[in-house]
Design a protein around this ligand. Structure first.
Ligand code: PMP
Length: 364
């Protein structure tokens, strides 16, 4: 038997949601605001849901400072569906597009774009198991590219771009799935930002897309209906049934976020939180960080002992102590601690204490 209060969930996604959000959702689950039904049971065209939808969008617009040039879409299909939507909406047959390959998901996105465009790999860090982010001067950019694509935070390998690439006017598309709402961004620099909700925003099933309205309306004629940005902008994401309950939960998460000082507040906290772990990794003689300094993610901290059996033993040890999902992704091995917005300081402190204890037990 584990108590929610005594356990910490380091899952990379779907991941932990703030406890006050779950408690509020639980209180409102059966009878939302005395309207006699659950949000799950409402028509997406009802006035109650319309209010939820509009207020959630307004909260997100304010949290990320989204300018009026950009539209927020609340869609289904996962972040992965945007791997197809981006080339279909932003490029024409024969166009060249630039991709930076810094992890598993940008690699998949690159392959998908290759079905529709000439893909130029502007940079890749696969030569060193995706342990670093290429420098601006190492990006081999195509001046006439239809767009440049990158993944801001590489969930599996624990790296994050420390800068926004300068592309000389080429529109930028960015996968922000695992860092959205954790740091301030200048939305106007991007043609498309997208993120699966299941890390920093809401349960799985909702995908947030922020698209510059000026790039919409140029999709290829055979673009599947549901992938067209123009249609979704015109229909305010309500062409078909949206992921209603997830949108409601995103609204609750955004209320909670505002109480924590908003994105600015989170940005200050996330770095201090990750530093607890990185500082310990710098001095540990047993555990080593996987990502190179200067490329490290505050959201997903990857580390290992160098001995797969010992890694497995450590994961078992943490689990027995109420610390869940520290096993690294199967393609990366080792351990990964995901420290999204909902992870409290105490979770990281407890993890470091357990690492110290384990290190003493397995003194090398
Ligand atoms: N991009 C990143 C950075 C991810 O971490 C993930 C996995 N959650 C995806 C894309 C794929 O997301 P989804 O499962 O929502 O398609």
């Amino acid at each position: 038997m584990m108590n929610r209060e005594d356990t910490y969930n380091f899952s990379a996604g779907p991941s932990m949601l703030p406890l006050p959000v779950l408690q509020r959702a639980s209180a409102e689950l059966v009878n939302y605001h005395d309207c006699g039904m659950s949000v799950m049971e409402m028509s997406h065209r009802s006035s109650e849901f319309t209010d939820i939808f509009n207020s959630t969008k307004a909260k997100l617009k304010s949290a990320l400072n989204v300018p009026d040039t950009h539209e927020i879409l609340l869609l289904q299909g996962g972040a992965s569906m945007q791997f197809s939507a981006i080339p279909l909406n932003l490029s024409r047959e024969g166009d060249t597009v630039d991709y930076a390959v810094t992890g598993n998901f940008s690699k998949i996105a690159t392959k998908e774009a290759g079905r529709y465009c000439n893909v130029n790999i502007a940079a890749s860090s696969e030569d060193d198991n995706f342990s670093y982010i290429p420098a601006q001067e190492d990006l081999k950019l195509t001046p006439e590219a239809a767009y440049f694509y990158y993944c801001a935070n590489n969930t599996i390998f624990g790296t994050a771009w420390p800068y926004v690439p300068e592309t000389g006017g080429v529109p930028i598309c960015c996968d922000m799935s695992s860092e959205i709402l954790s740091r301030e961004i200048d939305v106007s620099r991007y043609a498309v930002i997208f993120a699966g909700a299941q890390k920093n925003m809401a349960p799985a099933g909702l995908t947030v897309v922020i698209v510059d309205k000026r790039v919409a309306g140029h999709e290829r004629p055979y673009t599947p209906l549901m992938l067209g940005y123009d249609l979704m902008i015109k229909k305010d994401s309500l062409y078909n049934t949206p992921p209603c309950y997830n949108i409601y939960l995103l609204g609750l998460v955004l209320d909670w976020l505002a109480e924590q000082g908003g994105v600015k507040g989170m940005e200050a906290i996330k770095h201090r939180k990750a530093a607890i772990l990185y500082d310990y990794l710098a001095e540990s003689s047993l555990f080593k960080p996987c990502a190179r300094e200067g490329s490290r993610s505050d959201m997903n901290v990857t580390f290992r002992t160098g001995d797969a059996e010992l890694d497995a033993e450590f994961v078992k040890f943490t689990k027995a102590n109420g610390m869940f999902n520290l096993k690294g992704h199967r393609v990366a091995g080792g351990m990964r601690a995901s420290l999204y917005n909902a992870m409290p300081f105490e979770g990281v402190e407890k993890l470091v204490n357990l690492m110290k204890e384990f290190e003493v037990q397995h003194h090398v």
